[in-house]
Design a protein around this ligand. Structure first.
Ligand code: AMP
Length: 497
């Protein structure tokens, strides 16, 4: 079966029109119907008519217009770049120029970027509803997201309509029975691709999306939403479970039907405790990088039985339909099950390649004969092994990429800005477990101690909040390991009180 034979835009149009009186979104205590959504989409489309730009920015506010902008951009045959107004302006300006954005849809009271053409989506005169999508080839882009890059510059990952259609089809093939009575959690910033699953899947079935606004304390608001509004589907990052763990005894969510986790390693012990909070839910660990459109492998947690795990981390399972996974050694040879190597991904969901970055593309993508035909694969940087049944066991990273509350972070990007400020002084950025067992950023500076407030202030101007070191230590000289490299393990010891 051709995974993209259903047009997701036509499906969206039909679902929106067929559910006019039902709720599409719950945002900050207010419900918005599919009719409200249809109107907002149509208004923004109207404002976009005659706009020749292919890539449109969206300021990611927590409101209906921001989500309507996504669908309006799609129906006009264009792609969106989410721009989070809470991250440093320098970084956003960098993204805007990299992506070649000339128009930004902005629902803020006053436009966030006065130097760029803004469509102020809350101020458009209402027009008639128009949900007929423009016809575009499947190869056209639908979004472009920027992830942390090693050299201080975020990397652009473009995703095509074919990639996204492939994801939705592969997702439905997993057997999820979602309907208009479902209530979905949407806890992700729109700059993070897990958000796409959390709004698109419900909108394709006429369900309601319950938003976690940015200004709320995430885990407690999630808990409230799940309990007070009896949410039925939730995709979360495992970090949330660590925050919720002290309250597990009080949490009882019998209405929850599907609880999915993605973005970070999922510990088996916490999952087992969590399973008691939602006695009727199927719990699934899903895995995938932004480059492979949201997620591409899945493992269903087994209640009251054996679960596959490695070092206490739940298996990430097998690839979804229309996707391929292989494990390779350092010479790109495909390894047999049981051998540890780098996980590589291929198939319908794979990005056409990094945005204007031939060098990175050469490093990260390669072609290989797979099932007797040439296929393109992406090197994830994740260390895995497959068991005899083909289930993948997640072992760790081969590089210094890490996850902070689910956000992808290159430690060298943080080091880049610290060194830029400190000029000749060397620094190493590490991750440490915090009080609840999540990961936090720490920095060691090779120097006699000094007041580092200016350094941190500078980093705050350049980097999003989750990349700012929470702890700083000084050392005269970095210790070296047997290979002559900085011994990061020894530096971690500095933080043990
Ligand atoms: P992102 O591009 O932000 O989605 O990050 C992708 C990376 O997150 C992967 O390469 C993994 O290192 C990590 N990741 C995503 N899902 C999982 C999972 N279920 N288990 C372990 N690591 C994961």
């Amino acid at each position: 079966m051709n995974p993209t034979e259903n047009d997701i835009y036509l499906d969206l149009k039909e679902v929106i029109l067929a559910h006019e009186n039902r709720n599409a979104f719950f945002i900050n205590g207010i419900y918005y119907t599919y009719l409200d959504f249809a109107k907002a989409i149509s208004n923004i489309r109207f404002a976009l008519k005659n706009n020749t730009g292919k890539i449109i920015g969206i300021i990611t506010n927590d409101d209906l217009e921001t989500y309507a902008a996504i669908v309006a951009i799609w129906f006009e045959g264009k792609a969106y770049v989410p721009i989070n107004p809470d991250i440093p302006s320098d970084r956003n300006q960098n993204i805007i120029s990299e992506a070649g954005i000339e128009t930004i849809i902005d629902s803020s009271e006053t436009a966030v970027f006065p130097n760029i053409k803004a469509i102020q989506s809350k101020k458009i005169e209402p027009v008639a509803i128009d949900l007929e999508p423009n016809k575009i080839p499947e190869s056209e882009l639908v979004y472009l997201l920027f992830t942390s890059g090693t050299t201080g510059k975020p990397k652009g990952v473009p995703i095509s309509k074919q990639n996204l259609s492939g994801f939705t089809k592969a997702f439905w093939d997993l057997g999820y029975k979602i309907n208009e009575d479902d209530r979905f959690l949407q806890m992700f910033e729109l700059t993070f691709d897990l958000s796409v699953m959390s709004y698109l899947i419900p909108l394709l079935k006429g369900s309601c999306v319950y938003l976690v606004p940015k200004d709320k304390i995430k885990y407690s608001y999630i808990f409230e939403l799940m309990e007070d509004y009896e949410l039925t589907v939730a995709l979360m990052v495992p970090s949330i479970l660590h925050y919720l763990r002290p309250y597990f005894d009080e949490i009882d969510l019998p209405k929850m039907r599907y609880s999915l986790f993605c973005g970070e390693a999922l510990p088996l012990d916490v999952t087992t405790e969590w399973s008691n909070c939602l006695p009727n839910a199927q719990i699934t660990n899903v895995y995938g990088p932004t480059e492979d459109t949201i997620f591409c492998t899945f493992y269903d947690y087994v209640r009251n039985g054996q679960n596959k795990s490695y070092n206490g981390i739940l298996s990430i399972g097998k690839s979804m339909n229309y996707n391929s996974t292989i494990i390779i050694d350092e010479e790109n040879n495909v390894l047999e099950p049981g051998n540890v190597g780098q996980l590589c991904l291929g198939g319908i969901q794979l990005t056409p390649g990094y945005w204007k970055n031939p060098e990175k593309n050469k490093e990260a993508f390669f072609n290989i004969l797979y099932n007797n035909k040439e296929e393109r694969f992406y090197k994830t940087g994740d260390l895995c092994k497959a068991d005899e049944n083909g289930d993948l066991l997640y072992i760790g990273r081969i590089d210094f990429q890490t996850k902070i509350q689910g956000f992808r972070v290159e430690l060298s990007e943080i080091e880049f800005y610290a060194k830029e400020f400190l000029s000749k002084i060397n620094v190493v950025v590490l991750t440490l477990p915090d009080d609840v067992g999540n990961t936090e950023v720490a920095m060691v500076i090779e120097s006699k101690p000094f007041d580092y407030k200016d350094t941190i202030d500078y980093m705050k101007e350049k980097l999003p909040y989750y990349m700012i070191p929470k702890k700083v230590k000084f050392i005269d000289t970095f210790p070296l390991n047997v290979n002559g490299k900085t011994d990061r393990k020894k530096l971690e010891i500095l933080f043990i009180d």
